[in-house]
Write a protein that binds this ligand. Structure first.
Ligand code: PLP
Length: 423
């Protein structure tokens, strides 16, 4: 049941229900960490500007809150995958330049044009977006995407001339403005690999072809977090940074701290149970783990419904200053740590104790990287899959922009007005 539903039927006030849910388990997002990370990327990318990538609810961190923090810290633009994600940001009052790049024929191009959302175009979307522009009597803002080697979205270089030519015809008719040219890298997290050079060469070729056809963009962009950090020659006019603004490292061999980044998410809860068990006690479905001696088991009320990977057995949970590996199978709602042989006095200190699944690791505690290693995945997936059942709570949130950043708002509004006027 949602807090709203519970409050509606009089079970308690929305605030008190929400508060206890957060105290029970939460993903605590430090927005000062987000702002710090964005400032780092603004400095690294300069003179290129930064697009904060806030798709997938800002990799699980909360799109609206992260978007506001990122803009406050100097991000110039926002990026999402879906138009629906972009519309949700507009509905929350976020008026910054905003690009959505992954569409289907059911995507709401009308609403995107009406809301001044930039639309990524790989080919087929062009006519649909132009139809929406006609309907809305407003030019669409598009970024043409070239596939430089990733083999996913984007127009092949073979079809690029045709796409550019078609877009320029529409631009000449006042139906759209080609705001950007972009692409996406495949192996920037492995800086030694040659394919990034190859992709950058194709990107430069695509830009030259577009410029020959008269395209005059605001921004050319291809860099993600790892490229922004390791390939200054990939910055062009704009870098699209996701993982890094959440304070996580894209490189196997480098920690967040080594990159000067602050992980923004802490997932914590309270132990549900703590009990003494005999030697040979089986733990969780399958009884894959048995205690080697008399021991104490701690029950952590987080499971795969909360986004803990079911295959993440061995991942660490920090309780009372010690990291304990999860033992036995991770279930839908819970997982177990073996606290070892404890005296009754020691065990008393674990009853209801706080259990941290992941955080910034500054105190030696568990990180998203640790869980990625345990689950055989990457840190992107660990934070992004923390599910809506885990309430988000925010620290270091600034007051709403209208109250403190009138100037910044006016600048954004002015930018948009200029962009519209330029059409
Ligand atoms: C098109 C595009 N650009 C940028 C990003 C951001 O990548 P990263 O999180 O590595 O910065 C993504 C994320 O996958 C993406 O899909």
């Amino acid at each position: 049941m949602t807090y709203e539903a519970a409050a509606d039927i009089g079970i308690g006030s929305k605030a008190s229900i929400a508060k206890s849910a957060v105290l029970e388990r939460s993903a605590v997002i430090d927005l000062e960490a987000v702002r710090h990370n964005v400032r780092q990327f603004v400095a690294i990318a300069s003179p290129a500007s930064v697009m904060a990538v806030v798709k997938a609810d800002a990799y699980g961190h909360g799109a609206v809150q992260v978007a506001r923090a990122a803009l406050d810290a100097g991000a110039a633009r926002l990026g999402v995958a879906h138009i629906s994600e972009a519309l949700a940001l507009r509905a929350a009052g976020v008026d910054a330049p905003l690009l959505a790049w992954l569409h289907t024929r059911e995507s709401n191009f009308q609403a995107a044009v009406a809301a001044g959302i930039d639309v990524g175009i790989s080919g087929w979307e062009l006519d649909a977006v132009v139809a929406a522009a006609r309907e809305q009597e407003r030019p669409a803002r598009v970024h043409l995407k070239v596939d430089t080697g990733l083999g996913r979205n984007g127009c092949t270089i073979a079809d690029w001339d045709q796409l550019v030519g078609q877009a320029m015809e529409y631009q000449d008719q006042g139906l759209l403005r080609v705001v950007g040219i972009f692409s996406h890298l495949a192996v920037a997290d492995e800086p030694h690999r040659p394919e990034t050079d190859e992709q950058l060469a194709v990107f430069r070729e695509a830009i030259a072809m577009a410029e020959d056809a008269g395209v005059d963009t605001e921004v050319r962009h291809i860099a993600n977090t790892p490229a922004t950090l390791s390939r200054p020659d990939s910055h062009f006019d704009l870098v699209r940074v996701g993982l890094g603004i959440y304070g996580l490292s894209p490189f196997e061999g480098a920690t967040s701290a080594e990159l000067g980044l602050h992980p923004a998410m802490t997932v914590r809860t309270l132990l549900s149970n703590c009990k003494k068990v005999p030697a040979g006690q089986g733990v969780s479905y399958g009884l894959n783990y048995r205690t080697s001696g008399e021991s104490t088991l701690g029950l952590v009320p987080l499971g795969y419904a909360d986004g803990v990977p079911r295959v993440g057995t061995g991942g660490p949970v920090r309780i009372n200053g010690v990291n304990y590996p999860v033992v036995g199978r991770i279930a839908m709602d819970q997982m177990v740590v073996d606290l070892g042989a404890l005296t009754p006095e020691e065990a008393a200190g674990f009853k209801g104790a706080e259990a941290v699944m992941l955080g910034d690791g500054a105190d030696g505690g568990p990180t998203a990287d640790d869980w990625a290693a345990a689950a055989g995945t990457n840190n992107y997936e660990i934070v992004t899959r923390i599910s809506p059942r885990v309430p988000r709570s925010y620290v270091n949130e600034l007051p709403p922009p209208a109250e403190v950043h009138k100037d910044a708002n006016q600048t954004n509004a002015a930018n948009q007005a200029t962009e519209t006027a330029a059409l």
